[in-house]
Design a protein around this ligand. Structure first.
Ligand code: RB5
Length: 151
């Protein structure tokens, strides 16, 4: 069995949650690449969102996790990258649906809203729920066509 690679990044608003999740992901058997930030000193979320979402968009990682204070800034950044389907998830149900219906390949978390215990549950659900395909595939294909039209 090959170890799945995952990339994780955060700004200062997500730094401490990133550190907690890194440990958890390693325990789950993932090969974790940390694209920063490395402290809780203020940084700009687009710089770190770009590192992880860019790597997923380029096919270097199948999935990624992004964290900022609210999750909103990282979502806006990530969804600008072709092929990235980023989902801001504040609960397990949204995490499940983002996989089943949207085949989300980037999970966005809110470091200032979600405690580590809840985040671990959200991440676990998100990582283990498969995409349903079928009519959802057709809808994702339409999104892909939009990306290609605007290239
Ligand atoms: C940083 O203060 C905060 O604006 C950022 O973490 C994020 O919530 C932006 O959307």
């Amino acid at each position: 069995m090959t170890t799945e690679k995952i990339i994780i990044a955060a700004d200062h608003g997500g730094y401490s949650l990133k550190e907690a999740l890194k440990t958890h992901l390693k325990r789950m058997g993932f090969a974790v690449t940390d694209a920063g930030t490395d402290s809780d000193l203020a940084v700009d979320y687009p710089d770190f969102g770009e590192k992880a979402a860019g790597a997923v968009s380029a096919g270097l990682f199948p999935r990624g996790i992004l964290i900022c204070g609210s999750g909103v800034g990282m979502s806006i950044v990530a969804n600008r990258f072709p092929g990235v389907r980023a989902a801001l998830c504040l609960d397990e149900e949204t995490a499940r649906l983002s996989r089943m219906h949207n085949d989300a390949n980037v999970l966005v978390l809110a470091g200032r809203k979600t405690d580590p215990e809840t985040a671990v549950k959200i991440v676990g659900t998100w990582l283990t729920t498969p995409f349903e395909g079928g009519r959802h595939r057709r809808r994702l294909d339409k999104i892909r066509e939009m990306e290609l039209k605007r290239k």
